[in-house]
Ligand binder design. Structure first.
Ligand code: GUN
Length: 294
């Protein structure tokens, strides 16, 4: 039996409506409008698209947002100064520096300049540390989106074997930390595979829930998946497609056609994890506004 498709687009729309209502209630009670600042350095085409989509979500929800577009040559110090200005701007509750940054800029130094209370990406070491020890914090948006997709699809990873392929700071490491928490929802046995793993298929075939987040187009094939497994595809890869108007198409880290025949449920690309990431950014921004009420 082919897989059930987990519709991230639809679920994200529901979440955004909930956040919109909560933001309206906040405004009625306090006059505060959640504010988010985007910083985009350079001209990475994918980053430009992402920031535009995130800005559009702010508009939809009635959030205040600004986008600082800075040239590739921007120095580390200039960027730090921009962040410091936003740190002390009361209209701005969240700051998002779109990654990757140009190679002359130290990513960690930049992320650590963001005031942790405004760190809606959850990338500041203070917030990463809180996540690891199970304290309330801003969860990184893609892992938070995966968590919410599973929750709203009635899937609890407790007692299940979750195999994550990819160990990035943005997805692999934080989702592993979320899923191993000793909490009613979570409590999973987690395996993290990466470029140093010898036989990835050996592990992926054991997964009750498989999370593909390594940025390798269509790497996970149907024959690497246990029949009936839940497959969460985090990859967004552009591959050449002469039949498309744009000259490329988007594919995930999972080979959808073969996986669809084996999996119990699967997220599509696009329309799976991507829209959930944006919804979670909105959730974190609302949370940041609440955290900064005087
Ligand atoms: N680049 C890819 N994903 C992300 C993300 O979640 N946040 C930021 N800031 N940059 C990214």
């Amino acid at each position: 039996m082919p897989a059930q498709i987990i519709n991230g687009k639809k679920i994200s729309e529901e979440i955004k409506q909930e956040i919109k209502q909560q933001a309206e209630a906040l405004f009625n009670e306090t006059g505060v409008v959640p504010g988010l600042a985007f910083i985009l350095v350079g001209d990475n085409p994918a980053s430009q698209v992402y920031v535009k989509m995130k800005g559009k979500a702010c508009e939809e929800l009635g959030f205040y947002s600004i986008t600082l577009k800075l040239p590739t040559e921007t120095s580390e110090n200039e960027l730090i100064e921009k962040i410091q200005t936003l740190n002390s701007d009361p209209k701005i509750h969240g700051i998002l520096v779109q990654l990757p940054l140009p190679p002359h800029i130290d990513e960690q130094k930049i992320l650590q300049t963001i005031d942790p209370i405004k760190d809606v990406d959850g990338f500041h070491p203070v917030n990463v540390g809180k996540l690891v020890i199970g304290l309330d914090t801003y969860l990184p948006c893609t892992p938070a989106g995966i968590q919410e997709l599973l929750k709203r699809s009635g899937i609890n990873p407790s007692g299940k074997h979750v195999v994550i392929v990819g160990r990035s700071n943005i997805v692999g490491k934080p989702i592993a930390n979320i899923l191993i928490q000793k909490k009613e929802w979570a409590n999973a046995t987690v395996t993290v595979c990466h470029t140093g793993t010898k036989d990835i298929a050996y592990f992926t075939k054991q997964a009750d829930i498989l999370i593909a987040a390594m940025g390798n187009p269509e790497f996970i094939k149907g024959n690497m998946i246990k029949p009936g497994a839940i497959v969460i595809d985090v990859g967004v890869n552009r591959i050449n497609d002469p039949n498309s108007e744009k000259g490329y198409k988007l594919v995930g880290d999972v080979h959808f056609e073969s996986a669809y025949e084996v999996a119990g449920a699967i997220t599509p690309v696009p329309g799976g994890v991507g829209p959930m990431t944006i919804a979670m950014l909105m959730k974190n921004t609302l949370k940041a506004a609440l955290n900064q009420l005087k």
